[in-house]
Write a protein that binds this ligand. Structure first.
Ligand SMILES: *[C@@H]1O[C@H](CO)[C@@H](O)[C@H](O)[C@H]1NC(C)=O
Ligand SMILES: *[C@@H]1O[C@H](CO)[C@@H](O)[C@H](O)[C@H]1NC(C)=O
Ligand SMILES: *[C@@H]1O[C@H](CO)[C@@H](O)[C@H](O)[C@H]1NC(C)=O
Ligand SMILES: *[C@@H]1O[C@H](CO)[C@@H](O)[C@H](O)[C@H]1NC(C)=O
Ligand SMILES: [Zn+2]
Length: 338
């Protein structure tokens, strides 16, 4: 708390000293950014000059090269306050028996990773970090789900499918007949509703007042992201719940890194959340795809960290410029009346 007060004072001072005429130029804004984007040990994160200017331009609505009082008020209320005091949600994706020791045990996949390894760091975060809300997603399929290889005979394939029903093997991608034709990777039967395989792993802590989100419940379409199914036909309740919590930051982790965790992180970014993917709390299927997931999160202005950085970030003592940049870009088209 003390640290937060300190940063507020520092920024006020910074503004106060430099705004005799109540106008803030880019150099003074740079000074604010240097105060803002630091870690808990005082190390200053660098922000490229180009990004600094881009952010400044978001707030300099009348493009006169200065932030006037009204422009700065908008910047303060919608940007600085969130950078300093984010509302942080922890989203733990699909830490379920089938992905760890059951039918889709990811250690059998090409990356040969061990799903149990995510449990300890996740539990530690739940014990030590005060998130504003905690969500657990569950892959939750009906028995006739389209993604199960043993259901391949239940639906017609499109002539364009690269693999026929007779030749299809697990992990192949087929195209089901539409309309519209739909790509689908074939998985072993997994996470069938109300079975042992779909239960959260017994060692995963489930904290009070947390919220469970069920996905993949429509037999006709798979759902990697916790937000929507793969065709965006229906959403889960996650969006509405995040809005209700006034969430600004989403920490995503779990199983599998390059499938549901990745899809969820990308969707969180696409709808405007500052998004942090937790590397050591996620395990995946394929090393190349894990690398692609990381690149795609970073390219979309997300951040990837290990769990040891999370507490300081949630408490607003470690403030990442990537997330500040992301939020500023989201504010680009906002009217100042908001
Ligand atoms: C997953 O499968 C591997 C290989 O068969 C096995 O060694 C491992 O114990 C399984 N994981 C768990 C947690 O049961
Ligand atoms: C979210 O923000 C609204 C508007 O500022 C406020 O009324 C509401 O109490 C906030 N909700 C929570 C859970 O903080
Ligand atoms: C997290 O820690 C692991 C193990 O020390 C390391 O290999 C990895 O690069 C770290 N990831 C990040 C994002 O720092
Ligand atoms: C802002 O508006 C421009 C022009 O209408 C659009 O191209 C851009 O995607 C919008 N940006 C965001 C973050 O909504
Ligand atoms: Zn599934």
């Amino acid at each position: 708390m003390l640290k937060i007060t300190f940063i507020y004072c520092f920024i006020f001072l910074c503004v106060e000293m430099n705004t005799r005429d109540e106008m803030l130029d880019i150099d003074e804004f740079r000074c604010i950014c240097r105060a803002l984007f630091r870690n808990d040990k005082g190390k200053i994160y660098s922000l490229s000059e180009m990004q600094l200017r881009e952010i400044f331009e978001v707030f300099d609505k009348n493009e006169d090269g200065y932030l006037d009082k009204e422009e700065f008020a908008f910047c303060w209320n919608n940007w600085i306050k969130i950078v300093v005091r984010p509302i942080s949600v922890f989203l733990i994706v699909d830490v379920q028996n089938d992905f760890i020791s059951g039918s889709l045990n990811i250690s059998h996949c090409s990356a040969q990773q061990d799903g149990t390894e995510v449990i300890e760091p996740i539990n530690r975060l739940l014990d030590t970090v005060q998130f504003d809300a905690v969500f657990y997603s569950l892959d939750w399929h009906p028995s006739d789900h389209i993604s199960f290889i043993d259901n391949i005979g239940q639906r017609e394939l499109d002539p364009s499918s690269p693999v026929t029903a007779e030749n299809a093997k697990v992990y192949d991608t087929v195209i089901f007949k539409g309309p519209p034709p739909m790509k689908q990777k074939l998985w072993p039967r997994h996470c069938v509703q109300d079975t042992w395989g779909s239960e959260l792993h017994k060692d995963l802590k489930v904290i009070d007042n947390s919220i469970k989100v069920y996905k993949g419940t429509n037999p006709e379409v798979d759902s990697y992201s916790v937000f929507w199914d793969n065709r965006k036909l229906t959403d889960t309740t996650l969006c509405a719940q995040l809005r209700m919590k006034n969430a600004t930051d989403i920490y995503v982790c779990g199983l599998a890194y390059d499938v549901c965790v990745g899809a969820t992180a990308i969707d969180a970014l696409s709808i405007g959340y500052r998004t942090i993917l937790l590397d050591d709390c996620s395990r995946g299927v394929d090393l190349v795809d894990i690398e692609k997931t990381k690149n795609s999160v970073i390219d979309n202005n997300g951040v990837i960290v290990n769990s040891s950085d999370v507490k300081a970030m949630v408490e607003g003592r470690d403030r990442r410029p990537e997330l500040g940049y992301k939020l500023a870009m989201e504010l680009k088209n906002y009217s100042m009346d908001n």
